[in-house]
Design a protein around this ligand. Structure first.
Ligand SMILES: Cc1ncc(COP(=O)(O)O)c(C=O)c1O
Ligand SMILES: [Zn+2]
Length: 369
């Protein structure tokens, strides 16, 4: 077996990576440490489905076949120029995933790991897309699944989750109260917490986003513009490119430009006040529902990652997100509003002539009303 351990980001306490630990005794967040084998182009296994071509960079034993029963072919999404006028700007069409959002990258790895651990039931909380991914992968692996959602969740995402047979537990409260209700149930019921925020295996999945861009562009782009709520894509991208840099496969990290909705922007506020800690804000309501997170748990890590890459955070107004949504549709991309915020940020970005920019298109337009 691989030797994987959890290490607390706050007090550096070390734990064995076992299913029922999801935060440190001090309340700190857990990261994974494992002996990563060296990774090079030669390790890419082109015969494997989707993102699993990078299986040797993922925390599974090389003999393990557990993920083979879990995968639905997630990953290996297209990277195409935005338009003829913007030949150096690429969109990565991550809504072409089994459940129509990038969250499948993280859920596929986390659920495969849960299966390896023998987990029979999971609890997760979500603004919609992560819950959909977990519901689908849990069903595929015959795990029982409870998803905690807020009453304001998009009806289409609720329909998608219940179609996979998950038990929906509705909470009339903020996104943070939904998470607290899930965590209480995890504690009282002794269930596995499939948290895309707390469980670090999720980021092992989202890091494949960086590996794919590196392979598709034969190197790192200059800039990646990422919508950020809890930061599961942003932290995965950062981790992935850091690993590629450590292997000498890219020569520098891409600048990470994060975008938040102006109506719910705790990270943007902290960044502009040059703080590494956030003050929880009140979500004033945004059509970018996937990034409406008033108090992201991994805020410090997100802000650190942006700073390390020389990036910045920008906010998008509701009107700008709506316009960006329509403009992307005119170019052929029908996305959900959360990820249209990206394009709104792109339009404000002062790009240089040859700057290679990647915009993730994270969720399909059919998911939103
Ligand atoms: C379509 C879409 N894009 C972006 C995000 C942001 O991801 P995160 O909250 O992990 O930063 C989400 C989260 O639900 C999403 O659904
Ligand atoms: Zn700790």
């Amino acid at each position: 077996m691989l030797k994987e351990t959890y290490i607390c980001a706050s007090c550096h306490a070390v734990y064995p990576s076992t299913p029922y630990i999801w935060k440190c005794k001090c309340g700190g967040l857990l990261n994974i440490e494992w002996e990563r084998p060296a990774f090079s182009k030669e390790q890419i296994q082109s015969g494997l489905p989707g993102m699993w071509r990078y299986a040797s960079a993922l925390p599974f034993h090389s003999e393990s076949s557990v993920w083979k029963d879990t995968t639905m072919g997630e990953g290996a999404t297209p990277l195409v120029p935005l338009s003829e006028e913007d030949p150096h700007t690429f969109v990565k069409v991550d809504y072409m995933m089994p459940t129509l959002s990038f969250k499948d990258r993280g859920a596929a790895v986390l659920i495969a790991k849960a299966k390896e651990w023998g987990v029979k039931k999971i609890i997760a909380d979500s603004s919609g897309n992560a819950g959909t991914s977990f519901a689908a992968y849990a069903k595929r692996t015959q795990m029982e699944c409870d998803i905690f959602l807020g009453t304001g969740t998009s009806p289409k995402k609720i329909a998608q989750i219940s179609a996979h047979g998950a038990n929906i537990r509705m909470v009339d409260g903020t996104r943070e109260e939904v998470a607290q209700a899930a965590q209480l149930a995890v504690q009282q019921e002794g269930t596995f917490y499939a948290s895309h925020v707390f469980n670090p295996y999720f980021y092992e999945g989202t890091k494949t986003y960086a590996y794919e861009i590196w392979e598709q562009l034969s190197g790192a782009p200059d800039t990646v513009i990422i919508p950020v709520g809890n930061g599961t894509l942003l932290l995965g991208v950062y981790q992935g490119f850091c690993e590629l840099l450590a292997e000498g496969l890219v020569t520098s990290l891409p600048k990470i430009v994060a975008v938040q909705a102006e109506n719910c922007a705790p990270l943007a506020q902290a960044f502009h006040e040059q703080r590494l800690d956030i003050k929880s804000v009140q979500n004033k309501g945004t059509i970018a529902e996937g990034i409406a997170i008033a108090a992201p748990a991994r805020a410090k890590q997100i802000l650190h990652a942006i700073k390390q890459t020389g990036g910045y955070i920008v906010t998008a107004k509701e009107q700008e997100i709506k316009k960006a949504h329509a403009a992307l549709a005119e170019k052929g991309f029908y996305v959900e509003p959360t990820t249209a915020a990206n394009y709104a940020a792109y339009l404000k970005h002062q790009k240089t002539a040859q700057e290679r920019i990647v915009l993730p298109l994270c969720g399909a337009g059919l998911k939103a009303v």
